[in-house]
Every structure is written in C-alpha cells, then in structure tokens.
Design a protein around this ligand. Structure first.
Ligand SMILES: [Zn+2]
Length: 67
C-alpha cells in the first residue's frame, strides 16, 4: 500500500516562495510550497547561500500565521 502524502494542498493555492499558483506541492503549517520549491528545499545544500533564505522565509511565514 503506497504511503499517501499527508500534506494536501488545495488547487489554486499560491506558493509562498515563488508566488506561482500551483497544482501540486506541500502544505506546511498553513504555508504552501510548490513541488519545485519543495524540491529546492530538500535538495539545497546547507552550505548553499539560498538555504538560510528559504528557512528564514518559511520561519517568518509560519510565525505570521500563528500570531
Ligand atoms: Zn514555488
């Protein structure tokens, strides 16, 4: 039995990182990330200078949602 993705997005949601409307992606604490950005997040090297930018962006967005 295949493992189903537990994080589901709604069609028409916009990716918080690239601002593109997306048809597939993940849903992190009310923050939507498209498949492409998800892949970047997963693949990006911790030493890569874009990594802290992604993490910070996600962290800020997560905090905003909870406040
Ligand atoms: Zn994206």
């Amino acid at each position: 039995m295949p493992v189903k993705k537990s994080m589901i997005i709604r069609l028409g949601d916009t990716c918080v990182l690239c601002k593109q409307q997306m048809e597939d992606g993940i849903h992190l604490c009310e923050v939507h990330v498209c498949e492409e950005c998800e892949r970047k997040l997963v693949d990006v090297n911790v030493d890569d200078q874009t990594y802290p930018l992604y993490v910070e962006k996600l962290r800020q967005l997560s905090l905003e949602r909870f406040l």
